[in-house]
Design a protein around this ligand. Structure first.
Ligand code: ATP
Length: 495
């Protein structure tokens, strides 16, 4: 049987970076191929080349027996290739049906709304998408929105679906649902390219894996019957499985305190975090995590109660004055909200220091000390880029994340609020970032670590709290964690 897709010797060069350096990839109909590799290894670039978003500098693509070169996304789509982007291309104020009709091929416009709505219902039932054509996108959780993109691809008869880290910002239940949907798509004969950093997902759905390193294929394997340890080593290249050191409360000073604190969709909450402690906040996504993170950062108004930072009342303080008092914030959606993509890596790393010596020269960033500091941080955090003067937006997704993480950690903040700090990071980078957060704790900072991944919460939290419907359902020392109890707390609804 001929492959659905054959990519041979793909090359893509950006300045001094060989993002793709002779990559071969085959995908057959009815096959899920895991495309793996550390941050910056060239996965997204290869997919952009395939989908016609960037032009290759070398190599050849054959799709369904046809040579493909110099093509644009419109042509790729018309031929049956669909790309499910991480930031969905949906109009939030419109319904599912209207969104599906937006890009409908001209010939299909002859179909009536009613007929398309019926097709949506039928496809949704068949694949288990659980989508109502009349639902408004803005009312749907992330996982459902992603399924609209899948629905669009299927209704346009795509044969090959590209999913670039589709699970990286989904809640665990949504991940499970997505994996089931992928298996159904495979059952209908679709070819799927699935980019992920998560080993359990690979084992669950992939038929084979292709691992990239520095723009080349560094390994290939059939998943069925493969040795898991071997697969993991191929993916990660080093051991990331030793447990982290959890600390018992050692009575540090209270650095962050919430008293009856309430904001829209949140609280009232009473909570204290001490220096030298990581308070991990678990919960099903959408239960007040974003509200809590943004309220602490000063991005949402506090309606009631108080917030103190190192004994200073900061209830109504601006984000900038909280930053000046030692609060650091890593938002979950770092690449959209915490990074200026058009600025250089150095400028992004130094955003908090422009007014500080020795980095300031009459209010501007002074070159030499800034560059030295940026170079050091890039080395420490393994930010892969040709130079500190490269634009942040030109880095791979994971390396963009690392800029924000490096900037916030390097300030040695009194209090760190970290929301999903490992999203988009490969296992090696995840390990490194968690170790840095633990080092910050050991140096006396207080950390609030918000994550919907229970495994991670349990790995790094000294105490574990659960948010449910914007309220604190329970809080417990790590050593005393009882998993069924945590599960109950997570499913609690506010009275
Ligand atoms: N538009 C661009 N300009 C310059 N360099 C780029 C551009 N796009 C990608 N690169 C570089 O190409 C390399 C590969 O990046 P790519 O985004 O393909 O990696 P990735 O494997 O998808 O990583 P991640 O897991 O972090 O998303 C990186 O070194 C990146 O900096």
């Amino acid at each position: 049987m001929a492959a659905l897709l054959e990519m041979r010797g793909m090359v893509k060069v950006y300045g001094s970076v060989r993002a793709n350096d002779g990559i071969d990839l085959d995908v057959f109909a009815g096959e899920i191929v895991g495309l793996l590799g550390e941050n910056g290894s060239g996965k997204s670039t290869l997919m952009k080349v395939l989908f016609g978003m960037v032009e290759a500098d070398g190599g050849g693509i054959v799709f369904r027996g046809r040579e493909l070169s110099g093509h644009r996304p419109g042509e790729a789509m018309a031929l049956g290739i669909a790309m499910i982007h991480q930031h969905f291309m949906l109009v939030e104020a419109m319904t599912v049906l209207d969104n599906v009709m937006l890009g409908w091929p001209a010939a299909g416009k002859l179909l009536k709304r009613r007929e398309i709505a019926e097709k949506i219902r039928e496809t949704s039932r068949r694949l288990g998408l659980d989508l109502d054509p009349d639902a408004t996108v803005a009312d749907l959780p992330l996982g459902r929105r992603q399924r609209i993109e899948i629905l669009k691809a299927v209704l346009r008869d795509a044969d090959l679906l590209i999913l670039d880290e589709p699970t990286s910002n989904l809640a665990p239940t949504e991940v499970r649902d997505l994996l089931v949907i992928l298996k159904r798509l495979r059952g209908e004969g679709k070819g799927i390219i699935f980019i992920t950093h998560k080993m359990p997902e690979v084992i669950e759905v992939c038929d084979k894996v292709v691992v990239l390193r520095a723009g080349r294929v560094s390994g290939k394997a059939v998943v069925a019957g493969a040795d898991k340890a071997h697969l993991a080593e191929m993916m990660v290249g080093r051991d990331v499985t030793t447990p982290y050191v959890v600390k018992e409360q050692d009575g540090g000073d209270i650095r962050l305190s919430l008293r009856q604190l309430a904001a829209k969709g949140l609280g009232p909450l009473d909570l204290e975090v001490r220096g030298g402690e990581i308070l991990a906040i678990a919960g099903v996504d959408g239960n007040g995590q974003l509200e809590l993170a943004e309220t602490l950062a000063g991005l949402r108004r506090i309606h009631q109660g108080s917030l103190t930072l190192d004994a200073d009342d900061v209830t109504h303080a601006t984000p900038a004055s909280r930053t000046a008092k030692g609060l650091a914030y890593m938002p979950a959606d770092r690449s959209m909200t915490a990074l200026v993509k058009g600025m250089t890596i150095m400028e992004n790393l130094m955003l908090r220091d422009v007014k500080r010596q020795p980095y300031s020269a009459r209010g501007l960033l002074s070159m030499m000390p800034g560059r030295r500091k940026a170079e050091t941080l890039m080395r420490q955090f393994d930010i892969r880029a040709p130079s500190p003067l490269a634009k942040a937006g030109s880095l791979s997704g994971g390396n963009q994340q690392k800029i924000v993480i490096a900037r916030e950690l390097a300030r040695r903040p009194a209090v760190l609020v970290a929301h999903q700090p490992t999203w988009g990071l490969d296992p090696g980078a995840t390990r490194f970032v968690l170790e840095q957060i633990i080092a910050l704790r050991d140096a006396g900072s207080a950390v609030i670590y918000i994550s919907s991944e229970l495994e991670e919460v349990l790995a790094v939290g000294d105490r574990v709290a659960v948010l449910a419907s914007g309220r604190l359902a329970g809080i417990v020392a790590r050593q005393a964690v009882d998993l069924p109890q945590i599960g109950l707390w997570m499913s609690e609804r506010a009275a």
